[in-house]
Design a protein around this ligand. Structure first.
Ligand code: ATP
Length: 211
């Protein structure tokens, strides 16, 4: 079965928290993890760096490995990218019977009901939830909590076979890192080497990004 694990994000820049999540996903699902960098994120202020710079940092972080891949579908567009539209396109490519998994942090989970066409997402994909410090899934609004508790499973082998519509909580100790903090640290001339892969740090310095 050709299942598909998608890790969507702005990756502005990619950080060690993202990389640790991807490594854990690869270990648990024993499957390639595909990073899906956003084009212009609809819910965030515009990035200070070019899409090609975010993409290059992602490529530098991943290096040459079969464990990870990058899907450039969204980042190559210069319009808003709604997740349901992207996942509909991917669904057309992989067919209706292929399990699809979309990875989100618990900060994104608790606002899932604000995503465009959010209920249609359950016909397109499963969700893998990664706990994020400070964001408790009990804080979901009622309509979302209802969907979540109907759909969540702790049975990994059952989840791996599901084509769409289920949630699974990844057993993972979160790293307290965010791209926002990294961008702020750079502005304040603070060291970021603890937070990003070495090649990404070098690229940021060489290209004077986020100042
Ligand atoms: P920003 O600070 O700019 O909002 P970010 O650090 O949240 O960025 P994104 O690229 O937006 O990074 O994250 C992509 C996905 O990874 C999101 O679903 C987010 O919730 C999740 N994520 C990012 N960092 C972590 C982390 N440290 N722990 C758990 N999940 C994370």
């Amino acid at each position: 079965m050709k299942e598909c694990i998608l890790f969507g994000g702005t990756f502005d820049p990619i950080h060690n928290g993202h990389m640790a999540i991807a490594a854990k996903l690869h270990e648990v699902f024993n499957h390639q993890v595909t990073f899906l960098p956003t084009g212009i994120p609809p819910y965030k202020p515009p990035s200070q760096v070019l899409p090609i710079e975010r993409l290059t940092m992602l490529q530098l972080a991943i290096g040459y490995t079969d464990k990870f891949a990058i899907d450039t579908l969204e980042i190559e567009q210069d319009t808003f990218c709604y997740t349901y539209k992207t996942l509909s396109l991917i669904r057309q490519q992989i067919g209706i019977a292929t399990p699809l998994f979309f990875v989100i942090g618990s900060d994104s989970l608790i606002t899932l009901n604000t995503w465009d066409n959010w209920q249609s997402l359950f016909n397109l994909t499963n969700f893998i939830i990664v706990h994020r410090t400070g964001y408790n899934s009990n804080n979901m609004p009622l309509e979302l909590r209802h969907e979540f508790y109907q759909r969540v499973t702790s049975n990994l082998s059952e989840f791996k076979k599901s084509t769409s519509g289920k949630f699974y909580l990844l057993d993972f100790n979160p790293m307290n890192i965010s791209s926002t903090k990294i961008r702020l640290d750079i502005k304040h001339n603070l060291a970021i080497k603890k937070y990003v892969p070495l090649k990404v740090q070098q690229y940021i310095l060489e290209h004077n990004l986020y100042h």
